[in-house]
Design a protein around this ligand. Structure first.
Ligand SMILES: [Zn+2]
Length: 214
């Protein structure tokens, strides 16, 4: 990530990134935000949620791995995990270079999520084919539909494979044009998932998926 965006995040969330210039023997944050600029907004939303949830959380490593954004912290709980795991899934639909909707590209074994402009013809998978049938009745724009489908599909996965309680969601576009999501669940992992989905949705255009003001 470029220096300007790096500094912006560190200034906005000084506690979360207090080890940004730490010793490499102690923290991998010394390597900075080891990913492209296109994920800056997603990292901004993660940072906001984690800081609000627990002001003591400290980021220890942020990097691109297998085409997705890996965000690791020093301690934390199910809420933080819900935010970070879902952010990884979201990132695999967002171009790492520019933030536009992206698909997974495979260049000689190196996976990265890229848009049509930054990627090439050899896509390993097309994330635009995310099954949005579970949210089709909401009549949201394409980008918001993808995000809500990620939420529902992930929640379903955690119920099936991870022993999490089943959740019901109320999803609605408010009069102010913002996406509202309410989970009828006390499960902290689910709360983290909802907050990152709603938080990122409200930073992008409902239809195009482009970052608003970005
Ligand atoms: Zn791009």
């Amino acid at each position: 990530m470029n220096k300007e965006l790096d500094e912006q995040l560190c200034q906005k969330y000084p506690a979360l990134y207090r080890d940004r210039n730490g010793d490499k023997g102690d923290t991998s944050m010394c390597w900075g935000f080891a990913c492209g600029d296109g994920w800056h907004t997603l990292i901004d939303v993660i940072s906001e949620l984690l800081t609000k949830h627990d002001p003591n959380i400290c980021a220890v490593q942020i990097k691109q791995k297998l085409g997705g954004l890996c965000f690791y912290h020093d301690s934390g709980d199910d809420y933080a995990l819900g935010v970070e795991m879902t952010a990884f899934t979201i990132s695999k639909t967002v171009c790492e270079m520019c933030g536009a909707p992206g698909i997974l590209n495979n260049k000689g074994g190196w996976l990265s999520t890229l848009c049509d402009e930054h990627g090439d013809q050899h896509s390993a998978a097309d994330n635009r084919d995310i099954d949005i049938s579970s949210v089709a009745d909401l009549r949201l724009g394409a980008a918001w539909s993808r995000l809500c489908a990620i939420l529902k599909n992930s929640a379903h996965w955690h119920t099936e494979h991870n022993g999490r309680p089943a959740s019901t969601f109320f999803i609605n576009k408010g009069k102010n044009g913002r996406l509202l999501i309410k989970a009828f669940s006390d499960d902290q992992l689910t709360r983290g998932m909802v907050d990152i989905i709603a938080g990122y949705a409200n930073r992008i255009d409902e239809h195009s998926g482009m970052v608003i003001g970005g």
